[in-house]
Design a protein around this ligand. Structure first.
Ligand SMILES: Cc1cc2nc3c(=O)[nH]c(=O)nc-3n(C[C@H](O)[C@H](O)[C@H](O)COP(=O)(O)OP(=O)(O)OC[C@H]3O[C@@H](n4cnc5c(N)ncnc54)[C@H](O)[C@@H]3O)c2cc1C
Length: 465
């Protein structure tokens, strides 16, 4: 069956770019959010969209948004669907804009260390293209092989090597986007600019609600000359946090610094009994050697003895595994990871409060955390929970209860409710708490100005008034 918007899109783009076959629509109903996978097994699976549009050029995206804007048709951008907070859930009246056919490497410039890609380019394939020239993007989310450059920008993603190389906002040179009215913009120029507000930040983290990212230029690095690994066992989380603070505030920057609580340390390696801290050091050989020695001295001072470095090798080898939800849902369990952040003087209160609160949920099997992104002023925590509710009918309720407890514990101690997965639908109703009434009003004003007809990804990021 076709609808007037499908006919109009086929007229503008050609029939092969506007898909309505049920199998294709089914594949694009939602992202990787556990709730959507749970609902697929029950009475309320995400509906199919009206059609899937697969643009091949900026002009295709412009034509799609112009038509949608004229008719008030919702548009849901889809990168590679690895989002974990419900940023993509189709609706029967919506165009699902699948960016995966826009996947070209536009250029690699080894002099200025820049590389441009279409927004739908797979992250691992983008990295492979620059690695062939001895360069790196330096952005390694665990989902690198199942996510796109456009998705990284849209969600303000973080990679595992962020402590030295930065998060996506530190790696992006410029962003190209189509606004809801079809206008094309290129945001960002030169290595740095002081030309009014940095408009790239309007698009970064906008989760498909303010426009469609069509291309991105990343600022690259040369592949590091040397790499070394170290690991230490801190007697408890507080000692580990203090050691990490001392390391970064002294000026050292191991790209990877991860601290696991006792439960997660044991799960990582049966030999561990305390809180392990894993580090990867990279850069010029002399710097790496100096960093390894300095970090070892700081760890000794903190009474955190060395742990076997093969634990870091094992982590490196398995770090990009993507666990399927089915194995958990088949056992009537719900599980997820929730990442937040807080300043150094609050982080342990967030950790203790959230884990204690999670453990009180009936059927809670696991409540734990690790940190994985470190800053001069604080760090993130990545909570993991697994719950087997006494009544399987309560699975979705238990899932949201776990999220509520983690976010409320974080809010109570003044942390940020999202470190890198974004807001989607999972955190939307906490946005007033995160931004304050004034901040949320500003976000709504920006949304109205750019998208007065409200066509872009409705239901995501911005809570209902
Ligand atoms: C196993 C696993 C591990 C993960 N690890 C990490 C991690 O280490 N770090 C991290 O940051 N995230 C991680 N994620 C989350 C996810 O991979 C990121 O959010 C990623 O950036 C999403 O990219 P995507 O292309 O898959 O986007 P999608 O899931 O397709 O979309 C995500 C959001 O961005 C919007 N969007 C996508 N493309 C565009 C575009 N071109 N223009 C406008 N809006 C767009 C969508 O509408 C949606 O709101 C992980 C996910 C999984 C499943």
């Amino acid at each position: 069956m076709t609808t007037p918007i499908v006919d109009a899109l086929r007229g503008a783009l050609g029939p092969d770019q506007v898909l309505t076959d049920p199998a294709r629509l089914d594949e694009r109903r939602h992202d990787y959010w556990m709730v959507s996978h749970l609902r697929d097994r029950g009475a309320t699976p995400a509906p199919r969209p009206a059609c899937v549009v697969r643009p091949r050029s900026v002009a295709d995206v412009q034509a799609t948004l112009r038509l949608a804007n004229e008719r008030g048709t919702p548009v849901i951008p889809f990168g590679l669907g690895s989002g974990v907070v419900g940023g993509v859930i189709a609706r029967p009246d919506a165009i699902l804009l699948d960016m995966s056919a826009m996947s070209a490497v536009r250029f690699i410039d080894p002099v200025n260390l820049l590389a441009g890609f279409d927004a739908g380019r797979n992250g691992a394939e983008a990295e492979a293209a620059v690695a062939a020239q001895g360069l790196t993007i330096g952005h390694w989310p665990q989902s690198v092989a199942i996510s796109s450059g456009g998705g990284w920008i849209a969600t303000r993603a973080s990679g595992q090597f962020s402590t030295a190389y930065g998060n996506i906002e530190d790696i992006v040179h410029s962003i190209e986007a189509v606004l809801p009215n079809g206008e094309f913009v290129v945001l960002g120029k030169g290595p740095r600019a002081s030309a009014g507000p940095d408009l790239r930040n309007l698009i970064m983290g906008s989760e498909g609600t303010l426009g469609v990212i069509t291309g991105v230029t990343f600022s690259l690095r040369r592949a590091p000359e040397a790499r070394a690994l170290s690991a230490f066992e801190a007697p408890d989380m507080v000692t580990g946090f203090e050691l990490q603070r001392e390391i970064v505030q002294s000026g050292w920057r191991p790209p990877v610094m991860r601290q696991y609580d006792e439960r997660e340390s044991r799960r990582l390696d049966g030999r561990l009994t305390k809180c392990v801290i894993l580090m990867v050091h990279e850069g010029p050989k002399a710097l790496v050697e100096a960093e390894v020695a300095a970090v070892a001295a700081l760890a000794a001072k903190a009474e955190a003895p060395p742990a076997p470095a093969d634990i870091v090798e094992h982590w490196l080898d398995h770090r990009n595994n993507v666990p399927p939800w089915d194995a958990i849902l088949d056992r009537n369990m719900v599980a997820d990871t929730v990442e937040v952040s807080a300043d150094w003087d609050r982080i342990n209160s967030v950790y203790v409060d959230a884990v204690t609160s999670l453990k009180e949920i009936p059927g809670c099997l696991a409540a734990s955390a690790h940190s994985s992104h470190v800053y001069r002023s604080g760090l993130n925590l990545y909570f993991t929970f697994a719950i087997l509710p006494p009544d399987p009918a309560d699975m979705e309720r238990a899932y949201f209860e776990a999220w509520r407890r983690i976010l409320e514990a974080t809010g109570r101690h003044g942390g940020s409710l999202s470190h890198h997965h974004g807001i989607g639908r999972a955190r939307r109703d906490y946005m007033k708490r995160e931004l304050g009434a004034g901040g949320l009003a500003l976000l709504r004003t920006i949304k109205r100005a750019l998208d007065p007809n409200g066509i872009m990804n409705p239901g995501v990021l911005i809570p209902d008034a």
